[in-house]
Design a protein around this ligand. Structure first.
Ligand code: UD1
Length: 352
């Protein structure tokens, strides 16, 4: 019997994760996938480029719910996804990560008694001031199948009393990165375009609300970037939120090369040639490790504790990386998407 999964995506990291998993779903004869794009990220450089490059199936539904307050954005998504679910009657709803799109998808489905599958389940920063933390806690408590990238994720869920339907399957971002590393060799000209050949540089990304929205904290981060830039050029693909904030406050960090957000292959080509990664993104902390580049995370805590324990990542409040560095087996061998879809098929076989 063919089963239909309705996948909700909306923000950049979800397109990347969905690409890895959708490729596997497409190969399974008994699974059918409908993609719903909430429009949370709507700039072509934040959205379309990923669908084009990564060959993600064209969304069955595409909304325009980017911008606005969290409540308004999530509320509009919730109402629209509910309509879509009533009409399309999927056997399950698949959500990724921790964005407002994740929360809306999970909540709409759970209220209609449609099982929720959460990929990247169990992550915690234990900082409820982050909207992402609220989204991921809610999504996990609404989910029937919880696919964790790490054993830490499994342990975090257990501590909250969630044991049923929990599996450690590895990190689908690892699969996505391996694909991008291969593809970007031929498909990216970013090093030439930015005139970086033979140059020593660091890569920076910055977009978290808790960093950008706090004026003092943001100023400290910019000072930190400028200090880094005294040693080496810092290449900074600027997220739209951050661009807006810098324009409003008249900030132009010295020694920092600001560029537009990049496609996935360009970003990975850039990472491959870098010496160090500075970021407040969840994804980049691990992508740095997948390239075996050290990272400094500009936050006071991280969900990806393994990267810190293994000496590849450190918080900017930490003096040095833990040594000696070691490998991190949790993330899998590039087989996390396969393992996720195996778990989904087994789960759906048991759903009436
Ligand atoms: C969101 C997610 C975060 C994820 C990140 C990846 C939430 C709460 N946060 O944060 O978990 O790591 O995406 O990038 O869901 N904007 C544009 N163009 C775009 C997209 C956004 O101009 O294509 C603007 C929005 O209008 C808004 C700001 O950028 O003013 C922030 O966008 P938003 O979707 O709220 O959150 P992100 O910071 O991108």
């Amino acid at each position: 019997m063919t089963r239909t999964i309705l996948t909700v995506v909306g923000a950049r990291p979800q397109f990347i994760k969905a690409a890895a998993v959708s490729r596997v779903i497409a190969d399974r004869p008994n699974l059918n996938e409908l993609i719903v794009h909430t429009g949370q990220h709507y700039d072509p450089g934040m959205s379309d480029v990923f669908f084009d490059e990564l060959g993600i199936p064209v969304p069955a539904r595409r909304y325009e719910f980017g911008g606005g307050t969290h409540g308004a954005m999530t509320g509009k998504m919730l109402a629209a996804i509910e309509d879509a679910l009533v009409e399309d009657k999927p056997d399950a709803v698949l959500v990724y990560g921790d964005t407002n799109s994740t929360l809306a998808g999970a909540l709409a489905a759970a209220k209609l008694h449609i099982p929720v599958i959460h990929i990247e389940a169990g992550l915690r920063s234990f900082n409820r001031r982050m909207p992402e933390e609220i989204n991921r806690v809610m999504a996990d408590h609404l989910s029937a199948l919880l696919l964790c990238p790490t054993q830490t994720g499994v342990d975090n869920l257990k501590a909250e009393g969630i044991i049923k339907g929990v599996h450690a399957v590895g990190d689908v971002m690892h699969d996505a990165t391996l694909y991008a590393i291969e593809q970007s060799k031929a498909k990216s000209d970013v090093i030439d375009k930015l005139d970086l050949k033979g140059r020593d540089y660091e890569v920076c990304t910055l977009h978290r609300a808790e960093n950008t929205d706090d004026v003092e904290r943001f100023a400290l981060i910019i000072a930190f970037l400028e200090k880094q830039a005294e040693e080496r050029l810092v290449v900074f693909p600027v997220h739209p939120r951050t661009r807006k904030v810098m324009a409003e406050r008249g900030i132009t960090p010295k020694g920092v090369m600001q560029v537009d957000p990049m496609g996935y292959f360009d970003l990975h080509r850039l990472l491959a040639g870098s010496s160090l990664v500075l970021t407040d993104s969840g994804g980049l902390q691990k992508e740095a490790y997948f390239h075996r580049k050290p990272a400094i995370t500009m936050r006071d805590e991280t969900e990806w504790v393994e990267t810190v324990e293994a000496g590849w990542n450190r918080l900017w409040t930490q003096d040095d990386w833990i040594s000696p560095r070691h490998e991190i087996p949790d993330y899998g061998q590039g087989d996390a998407a396969d393992r996720s879809v195996d778990a989904i098929e087994t789960f759906l076989a048991g759903v009436n």
